[in-house]
Structures are given as C-alpha cells and as structure tokens.
Design a protein around this ligand. Sequence first.
Ligand code: ADP
Ligand code: MG
Length: 310
Amino acid sequence: MMIVAKNISKSFGALQALKGVSFSINNGEVFGLLGPNGAGKSTTINILNSLLKADGGEMYIDGRDASKEQHACKMLLGVVPQEIALYEELSAYENLMFWGSLYDIPKKKLKAEADKTLELVGLFERRYDAVKNYSGGMKRRINIASALLHRPKVLLMDEPTVGVDPQSRNRIFEVIERLNSEGMTIVYTTHYMEEAERLCDRIGIIDEGAIAAQGTLKELREISQVRDVLVLELGNLKEMDLDALKSVMQVEEVDTPANKVKIACQNVGQEIIPIVKKVQDMGGNIQGIDTIKANLETVFLKLTGKQLRD
Ligand code: ADP
Ligand code: MG
C-alpha cells in the first residue's frame, strides 16, 4: 500500500468536514476521489500533505506514519493544490527554481529537473515568459511541473482541470498517464465522473465528509448493485402476458402509455440479443430498442441518493 488513511476526522468549528474517512491506495495506481463541491476532497488532500492537521485518525505514506515522520512524508509527496500558487511577475523557469529551493535540491540538479518537467508539461519553449501572461491552463501545468521537481513517489492533484482550456486538459491527462506508466502513484480529486472513469484505476466516492464506497468501477457497480437497463418498445404491449415475461427476465418497469418495458441487466451488451429473442418468442412486436449503461453517475446516485452534476 502506498497510502493508508484510517478514520480521519476533521471539523472546522461546528462543521464536521470529515467524519472518519478511510481508504487505501495501492502502489502505482491512479486513485480518484470523486465527490461534489464541499464533499471534503480538498480537506482530505490537505491532511494527506500535512497542510492541515486531522482531529483524529491515522495516516501512512509508503509505510511511514505521517504524524511522526513529517519530513520523510513531505519528500514522498508532490502536491498540486486546488488554488494555483505562482509568482505572476516571475517566469515559469524562475518559479520552478523557487519551488525547487524549498525542497533543498542542489542547483545543478534542479536546473535539469526544471527543464525535464517543463518539457513534460509542454511549456519548455515558453519557460522565460512571465507567468502573468499565461492562460489558466498553462499556469496549472506549471503548478504540476513544480510539484514534480523533487521526484515524488506520489502526486496529489486537487481538481487540476477546473477552469482549464481543453488543450491544457488533454495535456494534463497525458502527463498523468505518462507519470503513472513510469510507476508514480497518483491521487486525483474531481467532481467530473468522466474524468474519474477515464483516468482512475480505483475510485473512492466521497460525500458529506464520508467515503460511501471505494474500488474499481466494476467493484463499485457490484457494491452499489446498479444494473444496465434495456428498454424495449412493444407495439402489442397491452396484449402481452406480462407475468410470463417477468418470470424469465428482470422487468423493472412497465410504462403502458409509452408501450415500453424496462429490463434490468448485468451487462446489456451481452444480454441484449438473448433478451430480444425471448421477447419475440413470447410474441412481442419490438418497435424500438434503447440501452442505458450504468456508469459512475448511476453508482453515485445509488450510493448517495444524489445526482453528481458536472
Ligand atoms: P471539496 O474540496 O470536496 O469541495 P472541502 O474539503 O473544501 O470540499 O470542504 C469540505 C467542507 O468543509 C465544506 O463544507 C467547506 O465549506 C468546509 N471547509 C473547508 N475548509 C474550511 C475552512 N478552512 N474553514 C471552514 N470551513 C471549511
Ligand atoms: Mg476542493
């Protein structure tokens, strides 16, 4: 395990921001923390990197107790905070040299690392321009570069694509995939379920300061017991023997005015043809077919009772 968090709690005055958050992150995986605004994602990230102190709970980074080995843990982590922190008047290169000096990296090595990370985020050509002339997406990419200078084992990224142009967004995804393919563990918070689905090996679903469930998308589908849905429009629905239909498939809903039946499936892609055949064998006159695949949005809704809006 690269990161283990056990029962982390944190209050701000009367507000309980984290109510006993536990998760574990494997070495080399991209772990997503998915939840709406105010769920507790940034609080969790800030506790992981010791910017905030938890009220209770335990945390281990690469086997080290974060409360006892703060410096060692700091060196293991690279942090891309939700709020961009850069010196606007300085160039990208100067910003990186400043951030690197905070990690006691020798000058010569730091220069080499700055060049390498600038190349990685696609801003090497622009390295001597003042940051104030950069777009939001470019600033974000410099923020990512600055988190990588000391070669951390784990990169914590807090909603790195919010307010970012599509080109920078794609570049950020490529950077994550590249770093991860080289073995880096990534913790990625987002309220965009498409991002979590695309990037993450495992996902922790966080809502109101608690982890509702964690696992791969497949595991989350099983835990939350969501199903795909096959919608069949039947010209002769009113004449059909619905009890017979229900005895051979999982009919979730019969919408008589619209002539539609909704059938629950584990995997609609695999089950669609056998189901269609059965319905036809039973005399069904199929006039329309629609499929609804269960995704993270469905999982989130099932687990929290809420819509996760983008
Ligand atoms: P997220 O990053 O998922 O949007 P946060 O971790 O920032 O959520 O916030 C969780 C909850 O804690 C929210 O209700 C937020 O308003 C509150 N909160 C966060 N930081 C502070 C703070 N410094 N003081 C008071 N309340 C805070
Ligand atoms: Mg946040």
